[in-house]
Design a protein around this ligand. Sequence first.
Ligand SMILES: Nc1ncnc2c1ncn2[C@@H]1O[C@H](COP(=O)(O)OP(=O)(O)O)[C@@H](O)[C@H]1O
Ligand SMILES: [Mg+2]
Length: 365
Amino acid sequence: MAAITLKAVTRRFGTNAAVSNVSLDIAAGEFVALLGPSGCGKTTLLRLIAGFEQLSEGEIAFDGRCVAGRGTHVPPEERNAAIVFQSYALWPHMSVGENVGYPLRVRGVRGTARAEKVAAALAAVDLTGFEGRRPADLSGGQRQRVALARCLAMDPAIVLLDEPLANLDVNLRAAMEDTFREFHEKTGATMVYVTHDQAEAMAMADRVAVMEKGRVLQVSAPETLYREPANETVARFVGNGRVVDCRILGETDGGHAEVQLFGARLVVRCAPGAAHGRDGLLGLKADDLVAGDAGGFAARVRKATFKGSHAILEVEPDAAPGTILPVRSDRMRPVASAVQVAVTDAWLLPRGEADDATEGAAEAA
Ligand SMILES: Nc1ncnc2c1ncn2[C@@H]1O[C@H](COP(=O)(O)OP(=O)(O)O)[C@@H](O)[C@H]1O
Ligand SMILES: [Mg+2]
């Protein structure tokens, strides 16, 4: 395992910055996911770490040793980082055993030593006995496990994975998530896992780095990302959250504030010191809005969908015509009926610099 340090890493293609000023410290043995929509720069960042891509600016270090930047570019084969692609990249004309042993052969490991490493790697991904098969005779999940075994046999300090489950069907993905987690525990390797699927990132990673347009917006443990988004974009993106305007009434203690939302007063969570100013933004998750007959804010049901154990209502607050929010209900309710919506949990978003600037401008006006 090795620690990875990214300092102000930028990669431009022409005038387009695919990766823009990214700084990130990944601890030795940590499992970090890079999460974001297609085109946000995940693959480029992974290729920069692997050494397949040249930096435009910044620096990359492994265990404090500079591998890229400051006039240095350590080639990929000298970085002891293995990369696993969604396309598996197995040799079709080689058997499973030959595929897994290939990088060892290139390194000059021969005979029994190689055979033992290949057998151990295949055992680790539950493919003992598959040595003689061809990749064509395997399922997608098995091929991805061969790719993992090949990576394992090399004993890499760093494992980089680029959407390795993208080609697999949903059922297989869940099983493979377990495989990756076990792989991580067994090897202790530092893992950087690229995905656009937040459930996947949240299920596996110690920390998730949310990316947008080449930038990293927040790096946090999955639960923190969900409960304490750093800004509006993360609040909307993670867990299909909603962001609504509120009036800040005051801070009640270091971690809570009193706010007014659609005419109702409530106490919400916030970062210490975040509850200053008059206008705020609240991050809400569907599970935190509950339909009832008393308390909370008044709203009308606009749509109701039966979900078995509960129903999901889309409601329009009386105080904010045109705003539609998803709300949990223990039963179906008729469209157009009145409902009271309790807010069981909410997060007052920290104020960004841009927000302060707009507020200043609004006050001046
Ligand atoms: N070799 C390249 N030449 C020009 N533009 C590129 C190249 N590689 C990536 N890009 C651009 O950089 C941006 C980020 O791409 P990528 O890292 O592949 O994103 P992701 O993996 O998140 O989908 C995209 O706009 C893409 O078109
Ligand atoms: Mg990609």
